[in-house]
Write a protein that binds this ligand. Structure first.
Ligand code: SF4
Length: 482
C-alpha cells in the first residue's frame, strides 16, 4: 500500500534559489548496507552479473596537488609507478581467471586517476596491452585515457594509441594562463592549446577536455572564451563542471586567508553553466549528458553515460570503485597495502554495499536527470501506479521555480534545473522511499545535508566522485580531472 507524500519544507520558499546548497552525490543519501566479508562475496557477484560491463582502472599518482582537487593521493615517481603497474596487471590477470569474467563483453574502459599520463610510455603500453589481452573487450570498445597537458609527450600519446586507446580526456579546467597557474596547473594557455590541437590533428582518437566554472578569479569573459576555444580547437567533446569547494581543502583555505578571491556564488555558477551550453549548442554541439557536450560523431561518451545509468563496472587499482549487480564496491586506496593484497592473490576490496533500496527506480531517475528528461510512464512502472499524481504538487512547484517544464507525459529540465539536477534526483529518491516505505524509512534518505552516511566507502575522491570535478565517473561518483 503506497504511503501519501508530504512535501513539508520542500514547498516553502528557500530564498533566491530553489535549494539551500548543491548536492554532489545523490546516491550517498540512500540507505545502504555494508556487506561483511567482501572478498568472499566478490567472486559470486562476478559470476552472477549478466549485463555488458565497463571497466575502470585507477592511477593514484600526480606530479603535484592542484589547488581545487580532492583526488590527489601520491606524488608521481617513475619507479613507484612502474611497480604499481606490475600490481595492476597482476590484479587484471587474477580477475580474468575468475568464473564469469569472460561471459560478458566490456564495452568501455576508463583509465583515470590521479594522472594516468604521468606513467611512462612503456607502462602505459604494457598496462593497456594487459587489459586487451585479459578482458573480453567488445570490438568497438571505447578506451579512454585521462591525462593533463604537462608531461603528456608525443611518445606517451603514440604508446596509448598503439595499445588501443581511442579517446583522450584531458583536464584543462581553464585555458587562462594566470588562472591555471593559480590553481597549480603548469602548462600555459598556448601550451594547452598546442597540445590539444596536436591530439586533434592525429585523427586517431576522440579528444575531449574538462572545464570548470566557478573558479576564484574566473570572470564571465574568461569563461566564455574558454568554452569558445574548445570549439575553435575542434575538440570532439567537452565537460563543463561546477567547482565544488570542499571545506578544509587547499582552495577553500586560500580563499579564507584572502590569498584568492571568492569562488562564484550559485547564481553566478548557474549563469556560467547556462551560457557555456548556449555557446556550444549555437556552434552545433549536442548535449550528451548534464555536463557533457559532443561535437563530432567520434565522441560517444559511452563510459560516463553508462555509469550514470547504473551499469556494471569492473574496477582495478588502488582506490578504484566499481559496481556489480547493483552492489557498489571500492578497492583499498593505500598503494602499499593494495600491492601486498594483490601479491597475496586476493581482490583488494575495502568495502562492498548492498544495492540501494529501489535501485532500479532511482537509476531511472538519475538517467533522466542526466538526459534532461524524465518520462512519467517509467516512474509509474518502476515505483507504482499513482506515484506521479502524488508527486504533482512538488513537480508543479519546481516548474514555477523555473527548474522544469511539464507536459502530460514527462518533465524536461531547464538549464536551471540541470544545474540543480543532483538536488532534484536526491529529492525524488527520498519521495520514492517515502511513497513505498513510509516516513521512517524515507527519513534517512532526505538530502538535508552534504555529508555521507556512515558505512559508505568513499572513493578516495574520483572512484565514486564530482562537481568540483572534472573527473569522469566511477560508479556513482564524479571526479575532478587530471
Ligand atoms: S586535478 Fe588531476 S592532476 Fe591535479 S591533483 Fe587532482 S587528480 Fe592530480
Amino acid at each position: 500500500m503506497p504511503h501519501p507524500l508530504s512535501f513539508d519544507d520542500l514547498l516553502s520558499p528557500q530564498g533566491a534559489q530553489p535549494f539551500a546548497r548543491r548536492v554532489l552525490h545523490p546516491w550517498m543519501h540512500l540507505g545502504v548496507t555494508p556487506i561483511p566479508e567482501p572478498e568472499r562475496v566478490y567472486p559470486a557477484l562476478l559470476a552472477r552479473t549478466s549485463a555488458p560491463r565497463l571497466a575502470y582502472l585507477h592511477i593514484p599518482f600526480c606530479s603535484n596537488h592542484c589547488l581545487f582537487c580532492g583526488f590527489y593521493r601520491n606524488k608521481s615517481n617513475e619507479a613507484a609507478m612502474s611497480h604499481y603497474v606490475d600490481a595492476l596487471i597482476a590484479e587484471i590477470e587474477q580477475d580474468a581467471a575468475r568464473e564469469g569474467m569472460a561471459a560478458r563483453p566490456v564495452e568501455a574502459v576508463f583509465l583515470g586517476g590521479g594522472t594516468p599520463s604521468a606513467l611512462s610510455a612503456r607502462d602505459l603500453q604494457r598496462l593497456l596491452g594487459a587489459l586487451r589481452a585479459n578482458l573480453p573487450l567488445s570490438d568497438d570498445c571505447e578506451i579512454t585515457v585521462e591525462g593533463r597537458v604537462a608531461g603528456f609527450d608525443a611518445e606517451k600519446v603514440a604508446a596509448c594509441v598503439e595499445a588501443g586507446a581511442n579517446r583522450f580526456s584531458i583536464g584543462i579546467q581553464s585555458f587562462d594562463t594566470r588562472l591555471r597557474q593559480r590553481m597549480g596547473r603548469k602548462a600555459s594557455r598556448e601550451e594547452a592549446v598546442s597540445f590539444l590541437s596536436g591530439l586533434v590533428a592525429r585523427q586517431d582518437a576522440a579528444v575531449v577536455c574538462d572545464l570548470i566554472y566557478g573558479l576564484p578569479g574566473q570572470t564571465d569573459e574568461i569563461w566564455r572564451n574558454d568554452v569558445a576555444l574548445c570549439n575553435e580547437i575542434g575538440l570532439d567533446g567537452v565537460d563543463l563542471y561546477c567547482l565544488s569547494l570542499q571545506p578544509g581543502s587547499p582552495l577553500a583555505l586560500s580563499i579564507e586567508k584572502g590569498a584568492l578571491p571568492p569562488a562564484a556564488t550559485d547564481a553566478e555558477a548557474q549563469t556560467r553553466y547556462r551560457e557555456g551550453g548556449e555557446i556550444l549548442e549555437a556552434a552545433g554541439w549536442r548535449r550528451l549528458s548534464q555536463a557533457h557536450w559532443g561535437r563530432s560523431g567520434r565522441e560517444r561518451n559511452r563510459y560516463n553515460n553508462a555509469t550514470k545509468a547504473g551499469a556494471d563496472c569492473l574496477a582495478f587499482g588502488a582506490g578504484a570503485g566499481g559496481m556489480l549487480a547493483g552492489h557498489r564496491f571500492m578497492l583499498d586506496a593505500a598503494v602499499d597495502s593494495f600491492q601486498a593484497r594483490v601479491a597475496a592473490a586476493g581482490k583488494p576490496i575495502s568495502g562492498l554495499l548492498a544495492p540501494a533500496p529501489h535501485q532500479r527506480a532511482c537509476n531511472a531517475v538519475m538517467q533522466g536527470m542526466e538526459e534532461g528528461c524524465l518520462v512519467f510512464a517509467v516512474l509509474e512502472t518502476l515505483v507504482g501506479p499513482g506515484f506521479v499524481l502524488a508527486l504533482a504538487p512538488l513537480l508543479q512547484h519546481w516548474a514555477q521555480l523555473g527548474l522544469m517544464v511539464l507536459d502530460a507525459d514527462s518533465l524536461t529540465l531547464t538549464a536551471c534545473g540541470r544545474y540543480w539536477h543532483n538536488n532534484i534526483a536526491a529529492t525524488l529518491f527520498a519521495q520514492i522511499s517515502l511513497y513505498l516505505d513510509g516516513p521512517q524509512a524515507a527519513h534517512a534518505s532526505r538530502p538535508s545535508h552534504g555529508g555521507h552516511p556512515a558505512g559508505i566507502p568513499m572513493r578516495p575522491a574520483h572512484a565514486m566522485s564530482s562537481s568540483s570535478s572534472s573527473k569522469p565517473e566511477q560508479p556513482h561518483e564524479q571526479h575532478l580531472h587530471s
